[in-house]
Design a protein around this ligand. Structure first.
Ligand code: ADP
Length: 513
């Protein structure tokens, strides 16, 4: 069996030469396990790595075509980031848009994505998303997902096109898909089973995987703890091929910092602990073409006073950023368009945050804005103390040590922009504020911070979800979908496009394999 460990030294080498160069040198059979050297313990038609949106959609589609499908999940629980996702799903051209008279089109959707992605997007993949969006949405409904009957306007989208799952969480899609998949004949979802390496035949086709069962994930080891030998080794044949759906690497404190040095280990992420780079590295080593691995998205509506995803996002995104504003506590002034895309907002926040001095922006709104929320989205974070209530703006300023008087001046100026419909300072689209100002007490506020959220880069796929090699040719037997793929979103993914992307290319991988 060929040596395939990625050691800390390999990783350092990668930081010096860049992942692309490593893969260039690593398109070789030595990085995979040769089928002729091994005896398979099990045989399936299709093996899928990862049980998030992408893996589940792929699994259902592949099983609908009569395949025996095995989904591998290294963690003890199913669903990766998808199950803790906020449950927002962009569907350009949806029935609900038509019902509400919202004019949308493939062109508008792509233009929005390309604007946020700074023109780096692989547009042929976005075209597939636009073409399949309604079909993907219907697929989830058919399998039992339920949605609220209203569309929301996510930052960076030019029209409301985003559904919310009924339980406002990705679990509203993951759970029904898991149930559906488990009912499929001859299919299995196996947790605590970690994929390590690809098995290839003499022609270079991917024909299986090596795994470890009864695997115990250890978050303190880097990049999928390849040096942790825990678990029982098994070699599994995949007669029709393997679908890589292993997600992103925001929780990989080592690999992510190589790609984006701002992502220091102390920096928090919204991701589940298993969002590490091991499977991605195996794909690179096997010859998959890396694209845009250094683009990491930070989500701007998070809070430094709670761990991980937390429970303040709805307040920040839906109340304070939309109907209120965010200020730098050092000046009491606004510093960004609160409804710009995620990247613009996160970059603006980074500029004013002084983590050493524990100084973070303050996101606030008034009682009219707060009343727009589902009550529990305000009450729960208030009970846990991360959102505070104040009778006056002066009290709010005093609590957060904002210069006296500056905050009230900022509010007056902002309220003038609401009245005139034009934000002269940062170009916030004031028509989206529905005329709501920051004036009716009580006022609500929280500290804000961007957190690592999504890794835009990954392996290159074509529109059939086949993984391409450095020569732009499909690697036989290897498909990929979801966050492990790169290019679709360019420099920055628009909010609510992850579900669309992961499910759509998951479906396509499952259809084509
Ligand atoms: P996506 O949204 O792209 O579907 P998710 O993060 O929701 O991604 O799901 C990816 C899943 O893949 C996670 O549950 C993660 O634990 C799992 N995973 C990652 N690496 C491996 C691996 N080496 N073996 C098995 N499962 C893996």
């Amino acid at each position: 069996m060929a040596k395939s460990n990625v050691s800390r030294r390999d990783m350092l080498k990668m930081s010096l030469v860049g992942a692309g160069a490593l893969a260039l040198g690593a398109v070789n059979a030595e990085a995979t396990v040769s089928a002729k050297d091994v005896k398979f313990d099990e045989e399936w038609d299709v093996v899928i790595i990862g049980s998030g949106f992408a893996g589940l959609a792929a699994g259902i589609k592949a099983s609908e075509r009569g395949n025996k499908v095995l989904i591998l999940e290294k963690m003890g629980r199913v669903g990766g980031n998808s199950v803790v996702n906020g449950g927002i799903f962009a569907v350009p051209g949806s029935e609900l848009q038509k019902k509400n008279g919202v004019k949308d089109s493939k062109e508008i959707f792509i233009a929005d994505c390309v604007k946020a992605g700074l023109g780096l997007n692989h547009v042929e993949l976005l075209e597939v998303l636009a073409d399949r969006a309604v079909d993907t949405f219907n697929f989830t409904v058919k399998h039992g997902a339920k949605y609220l009957d209203k569309l929301i306007l996510e930052g960076g989208h030019s029209v409301p096109r985003t559904y919310y799952t009924e339980n406002t969480s990705g679990s509203g899609i993951v759970q029904p898909l898991v149930e559906s998949f488990k009912k499929s004949d001859g299919c299995e979802l196996r947790t605590r089973t970690k994929f390590d390496d690809f098995v290839t035949d003499e022609s270079g086709r991917v024909v299986g995987v090596t795994v470890r069962e009864n695997y115990k994930f250890d978050k303190d080891l880097f990049s999928d703890d390849r040096e942790n030998k825990g678990g029982d080794k098994k070699i599994i044949k995949a007669k029709k091929g393997v679908i890589l759906a292993s997600g992103g690497f925001c929780s990989d404190k080592f690999f992510r910092k190589l790609q984006d040095p701002r992502a220091v280990p102390e920096f928090d992420t919204t991701n589940h602990p298993g969002a590490t780079a091991g499977a991605l590295i195996s794909a690179f080593k096997a010859g998959a073409l890396p694209v845009q691995v250094g683009w990491i998205q930070y989500i701007p509506y998070k809070c430094p006073d709670e761990k991980g995803n937390g429970i303040t996002s709805k307040f920040a995104a839906q109340a304070s950023f939309r109907y209120g504003f965010s200020v730098d506590p050092k000046t009491g002034k606004r510093y960004m368009n609160e409804l710009a895309d995620r990247k613009i907002r996160a970059d603006a926040m980074f500029k004013i945050i002084d983590a050493k001095a524990n100084s973070y922006p303050i996101n606030l709104c008034d009682s009219v804005a707060a009343a727009k929320l589902v009550p529990s989205d305000l009450e729960n974070p208030m009970n846990s103390g991360v959102i505070k209530k104040f009778d006056t703006l002066e009290e709010l300023a005093a609590f957060y040590k904002i210069p006296a008087g500056e905050l009230t001046k900022t509010a007056e100026r902002y309220n003038g922009f609401v009245a005139s419909g034009i934000d002269k300072d940062f170009g916030k689209p004031m028509k989206l504020t529905d005329g709501i100002t920051v004036s009716k007490p009580p006022f609500y506020a929280m500290r804000g911070a961007p957190k690592l959220h999504h890794t835009m880069g990954g392996v290159k796929i074509n529109t059939k979800a086949q993984v391409l090699n450095i020569d732009d040719e499909p690697i036989a037997g290897l498909y990929a979908a979801g966050e492990v793929t790169g290019g679709t979103h360019g420099a920055s993914r628009l909010g609510s496009c992850a579900i669309l992307d992961c499910l759509t290319f998951g479906m396509i991988a499952g259809e084509n394999i």
